[in-house]
Design a protein around this ligand. Sequence first.
Ligand code: NDP
Length: 315
Amino acid sequence: MNTEKTRVLIIGSGPAGYTAGIYASRANLRPIIYEGNQPGGQLTQTTEIENFPGYPQGIQGPAMMDEFRAQAVKFGAEIKSKTIAKVDFSKHPFECEDEDGDKIIADAVIICTGASAKYLGLSDEDKYRGLGVSACATCDGFFYRKKNVAVVGGGDTACEEALYLSTLAKKVYMIVRKDYLRASDVMRRRVAEKDNIEILFNCNTEGLFGEDGVEGARIVRHRGTPEEEHFDIAIDGFFLAIGHHPNSEIFRGQLDMDAEGYIKVAGATTHTSVEGVFAAGDVADPRYRQAVCAAGTGCRAALDAEKFLMEHNEL
Ligand code: NDP
């Protein structure tokens, strides 16, 4: 078991973690970034990013994250391709432990652990995980060329996934529980223009079926009303796009969180309920959840950490 000391430990990558890394390393704080098990975060599972300023032609998510990472490394951030498994914020300096049991003692900690895809909670989702059930069209869409698939959800993510899949699959159903898409205008329009996307409004999924993998989904329309009807759709792939939950489990009981597990920060700062621990990006943002916002809060967290270290004579 090794023990290492750092002034700033950044837990998690993605736009928040890497931006915190860029700022903290430029301030000569020599941060250590634990990238976690999905280096680059959620953007590495997306396709084209069209709304990050500075990329008028758009850029692929993984390519953008590679550039963020390279910029952090250029200024001296040390990157570890590991996950932090345990933290102890009850004493200062903070004691954290990685997945191999190695200890890292940090004067300040910046949490950028992001969020992960939600599932419906059906037992069939577990049964067919990797056998037709996925929460990432870009990762798994390739397996469904010329097949029928369904995407659950009516937000921007669901539209994005459905549009991507529509270029590969024969047909894409969107299973939407309301009678409208919550997605932005532009996404709704793009979906409407696709002949091979069919939206099943007012519908919920009751289960999946199939021998060795998904062969279909059981759908209920107008659940709990007099018009309730049940029907099956034949599909080979079932994609979840119903939002995300914050990756904050290891901090539970140590930091104040809201009912959904988003880490609470004080006002426009990144200060958590423990002095010297800061949170940035989606793990602390139930509202905006945009890459550019995550990058902005990553910057703030690094500045907040620098100020904290200065005030505590740790610089
Ligand atoms: P959202 O929370 O916006 O949408 C979630 C969707 O899933 C809604 O249609 C919701 O239905 C549905 N849903 C939630 N729970 C269930 C359930 N149990 N059963 C069935 N349906 C369910 O999440 P997104 O991930 O789409 O987007 C998150 C944020 O990221 C948004 O701010 C979005 O604008 C942004 N984003 C932007 C993109 C871009 O600009 N390129 C791309 C992707 C995301 P209901 O409407 O009924 O609540």
